[in-house]
Design a protein around this ligand. Structure first.
Ligand code: URA
Length: 443
């Protein structure tokens, strides 16, 4: 190493500005072991308190990206742009399962590297793991082949993708240094840059079920992500969307896959989920220069869905990734659910006025749908369905949601948490769904 890690930490601790070279050296040392875990913790805490300039954020993003394998699609002779989406995380957010096949039908290629649940939020990777046989860690050559032939493949992070972020993220998680724009931005973007994208859309969530609970914090992160992504050469747009209630009416793993397939086949479409999915897909078509006008882009997305073609693509992706060949047609045969299903009664009459969405995520974790121990297995067959949205009118005793649990005790525990998470009142105020669209125009 050219620089001593402790000198780099000292400089940041004292509020100094690090050079690209210093940051690259420090991160390269993570791979060789010359930068120790304790030094990574010292560095991230110094950044937490003293922040990083835009240039430093870009340098950290690129250094993390370069710590492992990167993908290059240029030799694949693809006839459309390579696009992806990143959500900052929420509850009932199964958008990726619909967005990837919709965009593939529209002519884009979507190599989506998804993650596990984090904190109180769900993860796309955990949802896909509820499909028997579905391989979320295919060989890189198979991943590339499937992206080219089907148009999309949603998988997990390969072992050698951005390993320095894996290490740094794990250390941040246990040293109280996750919630920093300066650290979140490089962590997210390094992984997206490593996938060799032509364009990226960010779904930045805001509200009680998001990591950023106020619009101000969400905007700050969105702007950091946009500025750094663009400076790193990746065309990017962001949409700030509401997470003051679950996006889908289902929360869990298998139950969210079922909700997504019903959405794709048109059997059941949650309206807010539809609007967010259409908005994100349309923005991506514009970002990928596949459409220029919002209205035309939205129509193309709606057609991909209503024609049944997106459902067909999801089925092909599932079959290619070793899942059932008839998953779309016979989903109920493959998804398994816990045995106790119980309606959760409204404790009083009125309107759903507010939902503590984070607590719904925590209730799902208590049921087993998420982790308390990072290495522990999860229960794919538990969760909630038919969750009422804000504004719904209920009479006392009528269901606000249904819980799916392994035991009566677990169902009763979750029902109580849901009843507390739902505030029922004489009136309600609807939250906006889409707060802001930040396009790839100079800012
Ligand atoms: N997701 C990531 O990948 N990294 C963060 O730092 C936070 C959320």
């Amino acid at each position: 190493m050219k620089y001593l890690p402790q000198e780099i930490i000292r400089k940041k601790r004292d509020g100094g500005k690090l050079s690209d070279d210093e940051i690259a050296d420090f991160i390269a040392g993570i791979k060789t072991g010359e930068t120790t875990d304790v030094q990574v913790a010292g560095f991230t805490m110094s950044v937490f308190f003293n922040d990083l300039s835009t240039d430093e954020r870009v340098a950290l993003t690129l250094a993390l990206r370069d710590s492992g394998d990167t993908m290059d699609w240029s030799d694949m002779k693809l006839d459309g742009p390579v696009l992806d989406k990143h959500s900052t995380g929420g509850i009932g957010d199964n958008v990726s399962l619909m967005l990837a096949p919709i965009l593939a039908v529209c002519g884009a290629y979507v190599p989506m590297i998804s993650g596990r649940g984090l904190g109180h939020t769900g993860g796309t990777l955990d949802k896909l793991d509820s499909i028997p046989g579905y391989d979320t860690v295919p060989e890189p050559a198979d991943f590339r082949r499937i992206v080219k032939s089907v148009g999309c493949a949603v998988i997990g992070q390969t072992p050698n993708m951005v390993p320095a972020d894996k290490k740094m993220y794990g250390i941040r998680d246990v040293t109280a240094s996750v919630e920093s724009d300066a650290l979140i931005t490089p962590s997210i973007l390094s992984k997206k840059l490593a996938s060799g994208l032509d364009g990226l859309i960010l779904d930045v969530k805001t509200g009680s079920g998001a990591f950023m609970d106020t619009l101000e914090k969400s905007e700050s992160l969105a702007n950091s992500l946009l500025v750094v992504a663009r400076q790193a050469g990746l065309p990017t747009s962001a949409i700030i969307t509401d997470m003051n209630q679950p996006l889908a009416s289902a929360v869990g793993n298998a139950v969210e896959v079922k909700n997504a397939v019903d959405f794709l086949t048109g059997k059941h479409i949650d309206p807010r989920l539809y609007d967010v999915t259409v908005a994100l897909c349309a923005e991506m078509l514009i970002l990928g220069s596949m459409e220029t006008e919002q209205e035309a882009a939205e129509q193309r997305v709606k057609d991909a869905l209503s024609s049944g073609k997106a459902a067909e693509v999801f089925g092909r992706m599932c079959a290619e990734l070793k899942g059932p060949k008839d998953f779309i047609e016979n989903m109920d045969k493959y998804l398994s659910f816990a045995p106790v299903m119980m309606d959760i009664a409204a404790p009083k009459s009125g309107y759903v006025a507010d939902i503590n969405t984070r607590n719904i995520g925590l209730a799902a974790i208590r049921l087993g749908a998420g982790r308390t121990d990072p290495s522990a297995p999860i229960d794919y067959g538990v969760g909630f369905e038919d969750c009422l949205p804000i504004g719904a009118k209920v009479e006392v005793g009528q269901p606000i949601a249904r819980v799916i649990a392994r035991s009566e005790d677990a169902a009763n525990m979750a029902a109580e948490l849901m009843q507390k998470a739902y505030e029922i009142d004489d009136s309600f105020t609807e939250n906006k769904l889409i707060y802001k669209i930040l396009n790839d125009k100079p800012i």
